[in-house]
Design a protein around this ligand. Structure first.
Ligand code: ADP
Length: 373
């Protein structure tokens, strides 16, 4: 006679709340016969069934197992609500046949779902492998480049200042040679810094993966951290315009943070902004206080990031296809934002980006102010 929609909802709620699954507890002999394919006519007015919830006042119920091979995957139950009913041989045979058919339909659906899931897994694995291969390719190249520069410079210096050659050189010639050291030392220093940054990033990633990234939070002035990071980049790239906006003097922006790690996040945002925007465009860094939080934003006038990529850039190794470094050197390994997010979230803060293709990007993070924390 069917059920009203609210009865259907109630029925589902009861099923979900059922503490026991078929075969757990109950009569093991009956369970075994049921699993062997036997149908049962149960009298719900008698123990143990009379103790079960029976909101529709069912008296007799026919239960047929849904089986795939020897495995019970479900139960088909039929009843006549409160009407006492004697199930005929034909009715039993029909119920048994419907149950068999239904079991196959369910199993077929399950296999289709399993196949779809396996396909999705295989695709995800292939994508992960591809990213890993790509990463290894870039990492090797990125690490090799500064090493090559360092090696070449050391060789050049060794040749220019070989003791045997020095003896034969005039004072003037020697002075020239000494003067030529400066640019070599400068490129060597840049290469060493780049190498050390890449290795530090790799180390950080492995620490994050193993859950060993250590933070030492102490009360510190976020304005000072931001200013220091900006000054450092300005010193390294004196030709770039970096605008800094800090809250009015006297505004307290004390945060409980690991100053070095937060500085690392600002530097990562800032170096990205510089490298993914043209050299003649400014980059703006700002620190603002919003209620119980401090917000640091870094805005660039670079290529911008497509909406579909904005969630993914925080994933390990992810680099947006088609976004090229526009100025300065260094490709990067796609690690910086992942590390930044981990650091900020471990401080109880949040990260994000607002960007549109062709309209630049604003990367931001927030930290709870020390008072609030
Ligand atoms: P990477 O070392 O590759 O810069 P990150 O994790 O810092 O690694 O950044 C991940 C990717 O996000 C970059 O490869 C780039 O595609 C994109 N990205 C990051 N910052 C910017 C930005 N300011 N403008 C455009 N794209 C950016």
């Amino acid at each position: 006679m069917g059920l009203a929609p609210e009865q259907v909802a109630q029925w589902w709620a009861e099923q979900v709340a059922q503490p026991q699954r078929f075969g757990e507890g109950g009569d093991p002999e009956q369970t075994a016969r049921f699993a062997a394919g036997e149908l049962f006519v149960l009298d719900l007015t008698q123990p143990p069934y009379d103790a079960l919830p029976n909101p529709y006042g069912v008296t007799t119920m026919l239960a047929a197992p849904l089986r795939v091979a020897e495995r019970v995957v479900g139960i088909l139950t039929l009843d006549h609500s409160g009407e006492p009913h004697h199930y005929t041989e034909e009715e039993l045979a029909l119920a048994g046949a419907v149950a068999r058919l239904e079991a196959f339909v369910i199993e077929r659906e399950r296999l289709l779902e399993e196949r779809a899931a396996a396909r999705a897994d295989a695709l995800a694995l292939a994508a992960a492998n591809r990213r890993m291969d790509e990463f290894l390719g870039i990492a090797t190249h990125e690490l090799k480049t500064p090493v090559t520069v360092l090696q070449a410079n050391v060789q050049l210096l060794a040749r220019r200042f070989a003791p045997a050659a020095l003896e034969r050189r005039s004072a003037e010639d020697l002075a020239r040679a000494v003067a030529s050291i400066q640019p070599l030392l400068a490129t060597s220093e840049r290469s060493a810094r780049r190498l050390s940054r890449l290795v530090d990033d790799l180390l950080d990633v492995s620490r994050i993966r193993e859950g060993h990234l250590e933070l030492v939070p102490e009360p510190c002035d976020l304005a000072a951290i931001v200013r220091e990071a900006v000054e450092e980049q300005q010193h390294l790239q004196p030709d770039r315009v970096i605008q800094l906006t800090l809250p009015a003097a006297g505004t307290d922006v004390t945060v409980a943070a690991d100053a070095e790690r937060i500085g690392q996040v600002v530097t990562n945002y800032l170096t990205n902004a510089l490298k993914y925007s043209p050299a003649d465009r400014p980059v703006a860094v700002s620190l603002a206080v919003e209620e119980a939080r401090a917000r640091v934003s870094v805005r660039d006038e670079g290529t911008g990031i497509p909406a579909a990529e904005q969630d993914q850039i925080w994933e390990l190794f992810h680099r947006v296809p088609g976004i090229e470094v526009q100025s300065g050197s260094g490709v990067g390994l796609g690690l910086g934002l992942h590390i930044s997010r981990e650091i900020v979230e471990r401080h109880g803060g949040a990260v994000g980006v607002a960007s549109a293709v062709g309209a630049g990007s604003t990367f931001w993070f927030t930290l709870p102010l020390a008072d609030a924390a």
